[in-house]
Design a binder for this molecule. Sequence first.
Ligand SMILES: CC(C)(COP(=O)(O)OP(=O)(O)OC[C@H]1O[C@@H](n2cnc3c(N)ncnc32)[C@H](O)[C@@H]1OP(=O)(O)O)[C@@H](O)C(=O)NCCC(=O)NCCSC(=O)/C=C/CCCCCCCCCCCCC(=O)O
Length: 725
Amino acid sequence: MAATRRLVNTVAVITINHPPVNALSSSVRHALVEEFGKASKDPTVEAIVLNGSNGKFSAGADIREFGTSAIKTVSLEDINGTIEASQKPVVAAIEGIALGGGLELALACHYRVADIQSRVGLPEVLIGILPAAGGTQRLPRLIGIPAALDVIVRGRHIPATEALNLGIVDEVVQGSAVDAAIQLAQKVIGLPLNKRRLSTLRISSNLNMEDFLDTTVEKTKKQFRGAQAPMACIEAVRASVLLPYHRGVEKERQLFLSLWATGQPQAQQYAFFSEREAAKWSHPSGARWYSEEPKLVRTAAVIGLGTMGRGIVISLSKANIPVIAIEQDAYQLEMGKKAVNSLLEREAEKLKQQGFSPGSKLASVHFTLAFGELQDVDLVIEAVYENMELKKEIFRKLSSVCKSNAFLCTNTSGLNIDEIASVTDRPNQVIGTHFFSPANIMKLLEVVRGQQTSLTTIATAMNLGKILGKVTVLVGNCPLFVGNRMLGPYLEQASYLLEEGCYPETVDRAMEEFGFAMGPFRMMDLAGLDVGWRSRTEKGLTGANVPQGTPARKRLGNRYSPLADLLCESGRFGQKTGKGWYQYEKPGGRTARPDPWVKDFLQKYRKTHQIKQQPSNQEQIVERCVYALANEGFRILEDGIASCPEDIDVIYNNGYGWPKYRGGPMYYASFVGLPKVFNTLEKYYKANADVPSMKPAFLLKKLAAVGGPPIKEWRLQVGKPVNKL
Ligand SMILES: CC(C)(COP(=O)(O)OP(=O)(O)OC[C@H]1O[C@@H](n2cnc3c(N)ncnc32)[C@H](O)[C@@H]1OP(=O)(O)O)[C@@H](O)C(=O)NCCC(=O)NCCSC(=O)/C=C/CCCCCCCCCCCCC(=O)O
């Protein structure tokens, strides 16, 4: 039964029963109508409590129903209307989560009691839609416009204690929310309900509402560049101010339908499910996530307390895993300790505000210089800087110090996992854990399996990612793995665009208007241009090891852009030196301003090399950069480095500032149409045979030839992965 009913004295307790998260599918909605109908008519029932089974109120509408006919049967808003109009008091007992339609349902109840561990929220905006079961009309009437906008437009999950302060719930309890709701229900039997019917309330405010909403629109446009849902949310809330409830609800529905027509909800919902699918990893051997048991990680160690190491320590501590943090000398240790402790203090403060005792949530961090102290830890994450020899030296030491069943992880953004594993006594227990900076904030974790990494090691690292609250994706080992490998052709195109007449700010603007959080040049300035320069020098692409007589713009017969090398030779390493592709207010400054020096430098460069100026327009810039990125994604699939296109999209959505409302680079290629992507790349490659990265990938060609099947069918075409290492 999708909903059940039992009687406690004169209170009917109706329980939503649709595991795992009590999504409000069409069968649940039908069952709710039926059970409410029966409870309303039953003369022995004087009040009603609504809850969810298995300690979860509800995660909202069943997202899988959007775009199907099921969503059109029994409207949730109609159910909400019936509940609100009930002559018998209805109390929502919120345990675990009341999200989206789940909270909208609770808002239709006359009272809300929440368990202290629960979270409520209207996260629809994160999947490209708006709360369209009356949520945008009831919440502002309950908590006022500014607070409601914050909840609806940001879509964040609100802890119970904050929900109480905001007035979203009436009571927060430590024990059973259902028992407390039953008690409350009994207490309010016979009391008038009019003031508890949110749709009937008027919105009162001292604010100049139109000005306030207009300012919010401007701020939101900047913050969520290109995303339609946040704007629709504001318009729906505006309707709650201007229109009576029933007309506000009509507006809400209209906005839902126009959002649906943009294609953004479909992309965001694809992204939502792809993130969940990524956790269900598969291995070329055929092993799957459910066939392997992860080992428990009770204690961990982090080697290196630079920016990455610090973030990893915080993540572990927040996941309640005690950490030993190691540095190479007393000074570095002290610096690391100060930074970690100050971040932990901030976390403790946040917990206190949420009503938790920090001691119960943050595990201890022990700082030391002694490797010997690692003998009992279950797992080590090495996070020193990217240098193979240094990493190998550390893994040799770890091999001799750590207990034989300890797992050894390396936080690298592209070094060979097998080479690192080869110096240890347990290559099967070595795995890559590529965190993104700042590691305590960024959601993505690329877990990189080596040739010898065991399935238990993979299961343990993937499970650790989940415990740390990361979106974790398993990938194969190749230079730069998935995310960074795809950046290569993308950045290459960005540099060629400069050679041909564009400026950093034109390329960045085009990519940012496309929706990227940051254009390629601002991103390089942030990451530091010296990182890539060092790597190209080691590979002999620049510097003293380039063979005499090599043309400036060719390497191994292919086109090469030395622009970034030339910038580094002038000491321009990006933000850290105050100059890179842009100028900054000071070294370490964040505000990028176009630099006349760069303009002059590019003009001279083009003249020296007699490059015909053909500045590309915005559409061409986006096409070249994004198709180059996706093309490398197809190669990654051919190589079996990513097991499906969805994994690649999850990586880009969560680690590289890709606009989620465009689904990810592979989804976008599919959306544009694979034949079009193929033809554009083919045309470019025919005219530029010295740019091999633009040669359409074989898989792309194969998929385009059959008309570009839906993304979930690509896997069938990939065939058996070929390891090209
Ligand atoms: C916090 C979570 C709830 C739980 O997190 P966690 O414990 O980590 O577990 P997960 O792995 O995330 O999830 C477990 C499984 O559950 C699946 N899941 C989760 N939530 C949903 C859901 N809401 N629907 C379906 N399935 C869900 C998840 O995929 C996992 O499955 P599996 O095990 O991998 O198979 C977390 O999951 C979370 O945050 N969930 C999402 C919460 C959310 O976003 N809620 C809002 C949903 S949208 C909503 O509620 C909207 C309400 C208003 C609807 C009004 C409709 C109006 C229609 C108008 C007109 C209709 C015309 C339509 C257009 C047309 O077709 O023409």
